[in-house]
Design a protein around this ligand. Structure first.
Ligand code: ZN
Ligand code: ZN
Length: 756
């Protein structure tokens, strides 16, 4: 066969290749290279029939790989020679069709692209100031999808008939809007409107944006419909406005995210390096937690935005609507999910008025339905390492290609907090966007909706359910009621498996899984686990001496209860007398202390827990930094700010000579006697890292995994990275998945693959 001989080829491409301008892209290359053939969507991705020589097709495939649209992701590309067939003389695009089982990845929503942004602010463009401008490179995807394949009739744009101009763009293969499903304009697209408290319409389209901007500048809280749900917006520089937003949302201490118009605007408030800026400006456009500038050149942000913490969660206006609004407001705005405390994000105006009545002065609404709710993603950096804290808009749903296939369709239901769900289908593992804490009827409803959506989009009818071992988790109870084969996976084992899945790690590994709480195989609460992983099996090498959670759940919200348990464990009942004036005990009355002592002695409503998360609480309380927490993870954030790298570490924690319980009492004694808070906090961080170092050195040949909510701590992760870079031992941490409980479902699903 000569290299120049014309052959017929079938090319299959899988990954995120639908709804991202992939077919027009293939079309342009084929036309440039004068290759006859066709391209079309199928339910597995994109398929190409093309005629050309070996050399031609090599170049063609290479160009597809290297020049693919920025927002696409090619997972596999296979080219095979087929029998000669009739192909159109010049390359064409076939309308999409789907018959085979769907395995294409669903594209997450995409932030407004550079071209659309320019058009939106160009007075000569027909979409000048159009709040729903979009193209194949940007705009809504997952949140408007009712079904697959991703075609307009299967989206919430189905109700909007295209005008002639839009249809012209939509059907022109070389246009940027070719088959851009949400394409529309002022004549044919959704209508924006401002509603007052009585839900009467006061203005529409551009006038609506102007009115909303004016109200924000006057200090009002506005509900704004975004991609994945409603936000509450207010002027971040207006103290009274931020205070009012916090009251309405019943959210008092937890930091709020701030949205900026663009990079210049942001740079005047936060020292942001180029890596973070690129992430903020990317099509994923997450919220990123950054160091705060002490003083801004502009109007300072209200102290109530992020009280007492060294970081600020920032993001850039990522939809055309937000961009128009911030252009007019010209100030940073607080932008937080419209919900009451930790309930799921509200996606329609009916729920907005029903559940958040009085929570906002005006609503900026539109009539393009959000079919699938999706929160903003949140990331941070530990040194140079990006850490995912919440995976939502722009990132999820996310699918991981695997080397082996699931025998059955698997659904993993996740834990109880920061829940996501995962599907195992053939050689893919799909993880949903953030669902949240399953502690209200609304969040259970959202769990159920997300599950149905994911199963529909991936046409999966789960034959096997994977769940947590905790008998009281709603996700466990739900799984056990379904009458489908169920399998429980230990919480920390699932954490570690998620990392192995993400990195394709198949060898034995040493895993440090440290978090707040997870149900252990001995029916106690774990959270300081060192595990030895070998395929599907797992051995618990080390944990710590348990502490009693005085008052059960209440102890998780009150670090002083943990500190008290710590003092009782070290000194016995005498601690109540000798430490009576310690900050941790000062706020208790004598009677309260007697009740807690009795709970500790009898073990009533005082379950045993081995959790590194609780050690952070104990240190924060013993150092007088925080006695009652406003939100989960607060103590870790507060301790971060006090770390001083110059403090030397006097080794205070050694591994047990026998047994598997690491004793931190000497460390706590040191902290209790210390007078310098920075020194105590710094020594605590060093002690944690030293523990990991000592255990890792016992297994120098094994790769090391660090995961669990504790590893969201930027100081801890930075110290670990420094250590492992020196030692040369391989360190694996979650990348696309968060280290917290949002990765549990992925690990649960992966356990099904390993055990089959
Ligand atoms: Zn665009
Ligand atoms: Zn139109």
């Amino acid at each position: 066969m000569s290299a120049k001989q014309k052959l017929y080829w079938h090319i299959e491409i899988n990954g995120i290749v639908q709804g991202v301008g992939f077919r027009p892209f293939v079309y342009r290359i084929a036309r440039q290279m004068n290759l006859p053939g066709t391209v079309r969507n199928n339910s597995a991705g994109v398929e190409i029939q093309v005629c050309g020589s070996n050399d031609d097709i090599n170049v063609f495939c290479e160009r597809i790989r290297t020049e693919a649209p920025r927002v696409s992701r090619i997972e596999t590309l296979t080219a095979t020679i087929t029998a000669p067939c009739n192909l159109p003389e010049s390359f064409t695009i076939d309308a999409s069709h789907g018959t085979a089982p769907p395995l294409t990845s669903i594209s997450p929503d995409l932030a407004i692209c550079h071209e659309c942004l320019q058009e939106m602010f160009d007075p000569r463009n027909r979409r000048y100031l159009y709040p729903f401008i979009t193209c194949t490179h940007c705009g809504p995807r997952y949140t408007i999808m009712a079904n697959i394949p991703y075609d307009r009739p299967n989206t919430s744009m189905a109700a909007f008939a295209m005008c002639d101009d839009c249809r012209q763009e939509y059907t022109d293969p070389v246009d940027r809007r070719y088959h851009a499903q949400p394409v529309s304009c002022f004549h044919c697209g959704p209508t924006l409107r401002v509603l007052n408290q009585q839900s009467q319409c006061l203005a529409t389209q551009t006038d609506a944006v102007r009115l909303a901007a004016r109200e924000i500048l006057q200090g009002n809280v506005i509900a704004v419909k975004g991609l994945g749900g409603f936000h509450l917006l207010c002027d971040a520089t207006n103290h009274r406005a931020v205070e009012s937003l916090r009251e309405r949302k019943h959210r008092y201490g937890k930091p709020l995210a701030v949205m900026f118009r663009d990079r210049e605007h942001l740079l005047s408030y936060s020292p942001c390096d180029e890596t973070a800026l690129q992430l903020l400006e990317s099509h994923r456009a997450p919220i990123v937690l950054l160091e705060r500038l002490p003083h801004s050149r502009h109007r300072p942000l209200s102290e109530l935005v992020a009280p007492g913490v060294p970081t600020l969660g920032v993001f850039l206006a990522y939809t055309p609507l937000h961009r128009l609004l911030l252009h007019l407001v010209n100030r940073p705005v607080v932008a937080t999910s419209a919900n009451i405390s930790d309930e799921p994000i509200i996606t329609n105006v009916h729920d907005l008025y029903a559940r958040l009545s009085g929570g906002f002065a005006f609503a900026l609404d539109h009539d393009r339905p959000i079919l699938n709710g999706c929160d903003d993603s949140v990331m941070t950096f530990a040194g140079t390492r990006p850490l995912m804290l919440r995976s939502g808009r722009g990132y999820a749903p996310v699918s991981f290609p695997l080397e082996h296939s699931f025998r059955q369709h698997v659904l993993a239901t996740g834990p109880q907090q920061k829940v996501t769900i995962a599907l195992g289908i053939e050689d893919q593992l799909v993880v949903s966007p953030h669902i949240g804490d399953l502690e209200s009827p609304e969040s259970l409803q959202f769990f159920s909706e997300t599950r149905k959506t994911l199963c529909r989009l991936y046409q999966s009818e789960p034959e096997r359910l994977q769940h947590d071992l905790h008998p009281r988790y709603m996700t466990t109870q739900w799984a056990l009621q379904q009458g489908v084969h169920c399998h429980g996976v230990q919480h920390h084992h699932a954490h570690a498996l998620a990392v192995m899945m993400e990195h394709g790690l198949h060898e034995p590994a040493l895993a440090f899984v440290w978090d707040g709480t997870g149900y252990g195989t001995d029916n106690t609460l774990w959270g300081a686990e060192t595990l030895l992983l070998h395929g599907a099996s797992c051995e618990r090498l080390y944990t710590i001496h348990p502490l009693r959670l005085l008052g059960g759940e209440a102890a998780v919200r009150e670090p002083r209860r943990i500190a008290l348990a710590c003092l009782l464990q070290m000194y016995g009942p005498d601690a109540l007398r000798t430490c009576r004036h310690h900050p941790a005990l000062r706020s208790y009355s004598d009677a309260e202390l007697q009740i807690l002592l009795s709970a500790w002695q009898k073990g009533v409503n005082a379950p045993l827990s081995t959790s590194v998360g609780r050690l952070f609480d104990a240190v924060a309380s013993l150092c007088g930094i925080c006695q009652k927490a406003d939100y989960e993870g607060q103590t870790g954030l507060l301790l971060e700010a006090l770390f001083d790298p110059s403090v030397p570490y006097p080794p205070l924690v050694s591994l047990p000579a026998a047994g598997h319980r690491i004793d931190y009492r000497e460390l706590f004694n040191y902290i209790l006697l210390g007078s310098d808070v920075r020194q105590s906090v710094s020594v605590f961080f060093r002690a944690l890292v030293h523990t990991i170092e000592q255990i890792s050195q016992q297994h120098p040949q094994l790769p090391v995994i660090c995961t669990g909510g504790v590893f969201q701590n930027r100081v801890l992760v930075k110290l670990l990275d420094e250590y492992f870079q020196c030692s040369g031992q391989r360190l694996y941490m979650p990348v696309v998945l968060p280290p917290n409980d949002a990765s549990i479902a992925a690990g649960q699903a992966y356990a099904a693959l390993l055990s089959s």
